[in-house]
Design a protein around this ligand. Structure first.
Ligand code: SAH
Length: 521
């Protein structure tokens, strides 16, 4: 007999992984681990594409969605064969499926074929959309005071058909909460069946579309009214139908759709490396973020100047860090030259703001100076106030940057070494997508966290003149992190709508939240 162990001498294996309901944060640690090691990934329409960012670029990506068509819409048999073929060729194949692979996911059918072919496999469960939809709609799927049972049902199978596998007569009153997958098309028949079989017509019902994503849309009614509500509100698949008294609790528990930025779409223009904090904070407040890396950070071609400075480190009085990238690239180079933080033992260290000071802590360094005003000018002013005449100051920074800081220090009598450690290059691609989003009026806010994000964004949008630019950004609010970024926005003929008093990501997010949901007082 063929068993799961048979191909243990062949490294080819299929991992059937539940992607969770939609929010990429809801995948399991095991699922993420496997994605990071995948050689082939076969993914579905319902699996969030953001999860593919975990997969190595060298892997083969195969879209097996049965929805959305495209060139490669596979049949179930086609998918089964695909998994067998790639695993037989010795590959680590991740089959990524929406929700849980074994809940209305045809996961078992894919496994059966693997067993047949003697291919090793593993199944990783996922958060199924039923529990996610309920939770994210503020509905506890069970509750001591309301129900002690819940049933998951497919609504795909028309209840009218003779060979139905669902005993609607027993189900109608047999389960406290009933959650129906794929039930939108047959909603009129399903609700009728439940009522005809004894469930009260005034039983509350919720329908939740695109649960746990920024597109989530929930509507509520009763068994008697929900069909009409769904039609009127234009709720389409993918959606879940939740039937039962627990739906009443949504009134007080609804949290996801109540967040201040829910339903707002924001462009985040940051470096790929740094986008995460801003995106995480905006998303926590409910915003949908479109990440455009208008800047790509690369090492510089020539490190001679920095290497020389590192060799002479003891001769410097100060070393100043004005960006996270400067810190990252400086320490990378320090490491390459065979040295570490101890090389900085004899000089004082200045950081431009709270974030850079925090980053330095990762290298075991407490900044000696963080100015009150988090700008290059602020840093220069604090230093000059303490006296810099005759001091040797090292400034590792971007190849192209503002000259304010070194100029002010030089004017005050310091000897400044500007050592380029990284450069900003505008990345190509996704330009059309961004323009389309703007043209369609789908964007609420564009965020800028530095002057170069502004200029690179404008290059990327590629408007020929100011009129076209205004047309594209009509109705879009612009958020700038601080005065220098704001100045660059204005210089380009645009208006700044949102600007925090303090120049940090957290304050910028607060300012955006205040803009949309002003706090009382
Ligand atoms: N294996 C999946 C279900 C696949 S069947 C799981 O465990 O969740 C496809 C159906 O799942 C859809 O028609 C819809 O009813 C439901 N579904 C999946 N993701 C959903 C989501 N994010 N929001 C609402 N319904 C979803």
């Amino acid at each position: 007999m063929k068993t799961n162990q048979q191909s243990s001498n062949n490294k080819g294996k299929v991992y059937l992984v539940g992607a969770g309901p939609g929010d990429p944060g809801l995948i399991t640690l095991r699922g993420k681990y496997l994605l990071q090691r995948a050689e082939v990934v076969v993914y579905d329409y319902l699996a969030n594409k953001k999860l593919l960012n975990y997969v190595p670029e060298s892997a083969e990506f195969i879209y097996a969605g049965k929805k959305g068509g495209g060139l490669h819409a596979f049949t179930q048999e086609g998918i089964n064969q695909l998994l067998v073929d790639h695993a037989a060729a010795g590959k680590r194949v991740v089959r990524l499926k929406g929700g849980d692979p074994f809940i209305f996911g045809r996961g078992a059918e894919e496994i059966e074929q693997l067993v047949e072919a003697g291919i090793a496999f593993e199944v990783v469960p996922g958060v199924t959309s039923a529990t996610a939809a309920a939770t994210y709609a503020g509905i506890p799927i069970t509750h001591r005071d309301y129900t002690a049972s819940v049933a998951f049902v497919t609504g795909h199978e028309a209840p009218g058909k003779k060979e139905s596998n669902i005993a609607w007569d027993k189900l109608a009153t047999g389960a406290g909460t009933i959650v129906i997958y794929m039930g939108i098309k047959n909603l009129p028949i399903i609700t009728r069946k439940l009522m005809d079989n004894g469930r009260a017509p005034d039983t509350p019902v919720a329908v939740v579309r695109w649960a746990s994503t920024p597109k989530q849309h929930s509507v509520v009614g009763t068994l008697a009214t929900i069909t009409e509500v769904v039609q009127k509100e234009g709720v389409k698949p993918p959606a879940l139908v939740i039937v039962g008294d627990v739906v009443k609790l949504r009134k007080s528990i609804d949290w996801f759709e109540k967040r201040p930025l829910f339903g707002k779409r924001m462009v985040v223009t940051r470096t790929r490396e740094q986008a995460s904090e801003l995106v995480a904070k905006l998303e926590e407040n409910g915003a949908a973020c479109l990440e455009y890396s208008t800047i790509h950070i690369e090492p510089v071609d020539d490190y001679q100047l920095l290497d020389q400075a590192i060799a002479d480190m003891d001769s410097y009085d100060w070393i100043l860090f004005t960006s996270l990238n400067a810190i990252t690239y400086f320490f990378k180079r320090l490491n390459i030259t065979g040295r570490d933080s101890r090389a900085l033992a004899t000089c004082c260290i200045g950081a431009v703001g709270r974030a850079t000071a925090g980053e330095l802590l990762k290298y075991g360094i407490h900044a000696d100076l963080v100015p009150e005003k988090f700008t290059g000018q602020g840093l220069a002013e604090s230093l000059v106030a303490g006296g810099v005449a005759g001091k040797r100051i090292l400034l590792p920074r971007a190849l192209k940057a503002m000259e304010t800081l070194p100029e002010m220090l030089t004017d005050a009598g310091a000897e400044v070494t500007v050592a380029p450690v990284y450069q900003n290059v505008p990345p190509q691609g996704r330009k059309d997508e961004l323009r389309e989003e703007l043209t369609d009026g789908d964007i609420d806010v564009v965020t800028f966290t530095s002057s170069s994000t502004v200029t690179n964004f404008l290059t990327m949008v590629g408007a020929d003149n100011e009129k076209e630019l205004h047309q594209l950004l009509k109705g879009v609010k612009i958020a700038a992190i601080g005065p220098i970024t704001a100045e660059t926005v204005r210089k380009n003929g645009l208006r700044v709508d949102i600007q925090p008093d303090s120049y940090t990501i957290a304050d910028m997010v607060d300012a955006i939240v205040d803009h949309y949901a002003p706090r009382e007082g």
